[in-house]
Design a protein around this ligand. Structure first.
Ligand code: 5CA
Ligand code: ZN
Length: 407
């Protein structure tokens, strides 16, 4: 599918700092060590009710990963999917009496517009699952040939008994897994399964549901395997970062990792599993099913998208937080202050600021720390002026390149 447009990322003087990032599977911050081309897969939206602040928060986190790598001189090969056929999308289409394809297309287009406005760098490959059903079916066949699958009434399941690394991504016990599996799209109670945690790879055709012909019989992909297939086809195994929100740790990334392992024999499937915290409104996680959504497109009407970006940057990507309207006001005030400071003809020296912002961002994406450093420089510029005529342009460039904020 069409991705969205990239803004130019200015290159910065001096030395970059290599990115240290939290890895959910290792349960610690580790140094990323990408090759000349860093490879990243981030789970995309299921296109109904896009784009809420929670989505934006997640894509911003991985945008920051790209920016630190780019500053380090790496190219970034970034792949993202769109789950443009799945139960929740079909249910929403049914409830609202619209075609599921039209609903998906409309929401994906809104998502692209929101991402572009927020200056989120686009994926190189933006892949709708409906575009790659053959490749997903081929991966399911490959897994079947390895002997790790079985069928229940023509539906194909992955057998968790044949997943020796299952549990290593999330670190969850079986007791923790079981309820989450049911809440997040799994079918623990289905009769005929060998283990409640066995997960669906291929859903055989049902009356009234979309389906595609395949060597497995007509049907459609299960959820987890779509991301494994797309990541393998575009990035290959052993890529640098697999990302999403913390709600994807289990079962989505856990199951995907075992699929990748079974298909390739390689472990880990991704070197880092990195997850952004959940954004809430009124005390509850923002989610389509609860309907407590704050839409980026609504906020954009009347507010500068850079202020929306600053709301997100003000929270560390790994914390869970709740949105309140005063955060938007604070972000707008910050944006105005920064813009006034860089509009001056000269300012205090900004090389120390650049080093500090680089260090903060390389330290597991400490965006709040980076904002505080820019705040301090801007306050000094506005209070005392400064004699460096190059400083305002350098601050503009560093805010653009490392934080994605256009001043
Ligand atoms: N299509 C699947 C991934 S393959 C999916 O989870 N779609 S989604 O539309 O539900 O979510 C898209 C991304 O936004 C996921 O990475 C998810 O973890 C993240 N996300 C969803 N809700 C929130 C929230 N309230 N706060 C933060 N991130 C969220
Ligand atoms: Zn995914």
């Amino acid at each position: 599918m069409r991705s969205w447009s990239a803004q130019n990322v200015p290159s910065l003087p001096g030395s970059s700092v290599p990115l240290r990032l939290y890895d959910t599977a290792a349960r610690q911050v580790r140094l990323t060590d990408p090759g000349p081309t860093a490879r990243m897969y981030v789970c995309g939206i299921t296109p109904y009710d896009a784009t809420h602040l929670g989505h934006a928060n997640t894509y911003l986190a991985f945008d920051l990963v790209s920016r630190v790598w780019l500053d380090g001189g790496h190219q970034v090969h970034y792949t993202q999917n769109a789950t443009d056929v799945d139960d929740p999308l079909l249910e929403r289409a049914e409830q609202t009496g619209q075609g599921w394809r039209a609903l998906a297309e409309r929401e994906i287009e809104l998502f692209r517009t929101d991402m572009e406005a927020l200056r989120i760098l686009p994926p190189r490959d933006y892949v709708g699952v409906t575009e790659v059903v053959d490749q997903v079916a081929a991966l399911v066949s490959r897994l079947a040939a390895k002997g790790v699958t079985y069928t229940v009434e023509d539906d194909v399941y992955f057998s968790v008994a044949d997943a020796p690394k299952f549990g290593e991504v999330s670190g969850f016990s079986r007791e923790e897994m079981l309820p989450l599996f049911g809440e997040r799209g799994g079918d623990p109670e289905r009769p005929g399964k060998r283990d409640p945690l066995d997960w669906l790879l291929w859903r055989a055709e049902r009356p009234g549901e979309p389906s595609w012909p395949s060597p497995l019989g007509p049907g459609r992909p299960g959820w987890h395997v779509e991301c494994t297939a797309i990541a393998l086809d575009h990035l290959g195994g052993g890529f640098d970062v697999a990302g999403g929100g913390t709600d994807l740790i289990f079962p989505h990334h856990e199951c995907g990792a075992s699929e990748g392992h079974a298909a390739t024999g390689e472990w880990p499937f991704a070197k880092f599993y990195t997850h952004a915290g959940m954004v809430a409104l009124d005390g509850e996680k923002m989610s389509k099913s609860k309907g407590n959504l704050v839409f980026v497109s609504k906020l954009r009407a009347g507010h500068d998208p850079m202020a929306i970006r600053l709301i997100l940057l003000a929270h560390h990507y790994r914390t869970d937080w709740a949105y309140t309207a005063d955060q938007l006001q604070a972000a707008e005030a910050r944006l105005e202050t920064w813009r006034s400071a860089v509009a001056l003809g000269a300012g205090p020296d900004a090389e120390g600021l650049l080093a500090e912002v680089r260090e903060r961002m390389a330290d597991d994406l400490d965006a709040p720390g980076a904002l505080a450093a820019v705040d301090a420089w801007a306050a000094r510029a506005l209070r005392d002026g400064g004699s460096d005529p190059a400083a305002p342009a350098l601050v503009r460039d560093l805010a653009d390149a490392l934080l994605g904020v256009a001043l």
